[in-house]
Design a binder for this molecule. Structure first.
Ligand code: AHM
Ligand code: MG
Length: 340
């Protein structure tokens, strides 16, 4: 009886999206279809990830992606799953992926929709083979001209223009975290039923935090504002911050951001002195923008050290940016250090 009662109260992804449309008029049917299709693709990816060695999906493929990184088998499989799932529904005009050099227009044999989908099919590749949380990140833009096939130039829209963004995290539980501009909501995959169930409404990042995330092995290359900010935290109760901080680094952005959404903190992937023309590691269009949209919607902040990530005018599809995101007061402090 208890089980039946709790089942009756469950809100599915579809129900949630329809309710949001009625409340805020922000999710037209075509966008809802898009989000549901991405959600379905993430279930398939979650299944492949969960099989691991039994599915013969672990290890590297014999290929490199556009940034010259060796692709894992699961990077390629996840990319294929997302492309195939989204091609034929009529809701998209084009797609772009971290794993593909150029954009992927919708083939002529399918109707064309008004949205453009960007994704990092499997983020945290270095964690795939060691059974640590990884995820899919996605971002949705409007095609500027619904009539014609989009070009790469049509994707060059600032993050503020996103109409939806989200990520799935494949961890002990598989979760989908989503925003369409009216708060951030989290769904847990019910593996038996195969459905996304709303488990957290209106996630809010705690404003104050004692936790930070950065790959400290790069410390000797950091620029002075980052060194100052981190050193002040490391100084603990006797330093200028007058409190002890804790450090976490999962090396999967989805998992680090998911922790910050739940219990606060700041995540940093700064530019450093190694390659002046290569600002950091993370990609604006597939990682920084969707995460910045989610974080701002949850009451946090996201900058590149100088300006809000969402205000950056993109110049290239695979452009990289420094990233500082999470609890507002911390992001503001490290951003101020960059401006001083
Ligand atoms: P990927 O998209 O190739 O997986 O790279 C992005 C990942 C992020 O998830 C994570 O924050 C970062 O790379 C970790 O980098 P590092 O190996 O320097 O710790
Ligand atoms: Mg990535």
């Amino acid at each position: 009886l208890q089980q039946r009662k709790s089942n009756m109260k469950r809100v599915s992804l579809t129900q949630h999206l329809i309710e949001q449309q009625r409340l805020h008029n922000s999710i037209p049917a075509e966008l809802r279809l898009l989000i549901e299709v991405v959600g379905r693709a993430c279930k398939t990816i979650s299944h492949a990830v969960g099989k691991g060695a039994l599915g013969e999906v672990l290890g590297s493929a014999d290929s490199e992606n556009v940034q010259g990184e060796v692709q894992k088998k699961l990077d390629i499989i996840s990319n294929e799953i997302l492309l195939e799932a989204n091609e034929w529904g009529g809701h998209l005009a084009a797609m772009a992926s971290e794993e593909m050099e150029s954009i992927h227009p919708i083939p002529n044999r399918y109707p064309q929709g008004e949205y453009m989908l960007l994704f990092d099919p499997l983020d945290g590749s270095s964690n795939i083979d060691v059974n640590v949380s990884i995820g899919t990140i996605f971002s949705v833009l409007k095609a500027p001209d619904g009539m014609k096939t989009p070009t790469e130039q049509d994707f060059m829209q600032a993050g503020r223009k996103q109409v939806a963004a989200g990520y799935a995290v494949y961890g002990p539980q598989t979760m989908l975290v989503l925003t369409t501009g009216n708060g951030v909501h989290c769904f847990t995959l019910d593996r038996e039923m195969g459905s996304w169930v709303l488990t957290q409404r209106d996630m809010q990042i705690p404003a104050e935090t004692k936790e930070f995330a950065i790959n400290a092995s790069n410390a000797r290359h950091w620029h002075p504002p980052v060194t100052r900010y981190v050193n002040e935290m490391l100084a603990g109760t006797t330093g200028p911050r007058q409190k002890d901080f804790n450090m976490r680094w999962i090396a999967s952005m989805v998992a680090d951001v998911h922790r910050i959404l739940n219990r606060g903190g700041i995540f940093m992937y700064p530019a450093d002195a190694r390659e002046p023309d290569k600002p950091g590691k993370l990609r604006l269009m597939y990682e920084a923008n969707p995460m910045a949209f989610i974080v701002e919607q949850a009451g946090g902040a996201a900058t590149d050290g100088k300006q809000a990530i969402l205000d950056i005018q993109p110049e290239k599809l695979h452009q990289r940016v420094p990233v500082f995101l999470g609890s507002k007061s911390e992001v503001e402090l490290v951003t101020r250090y960059h401006q001083e």
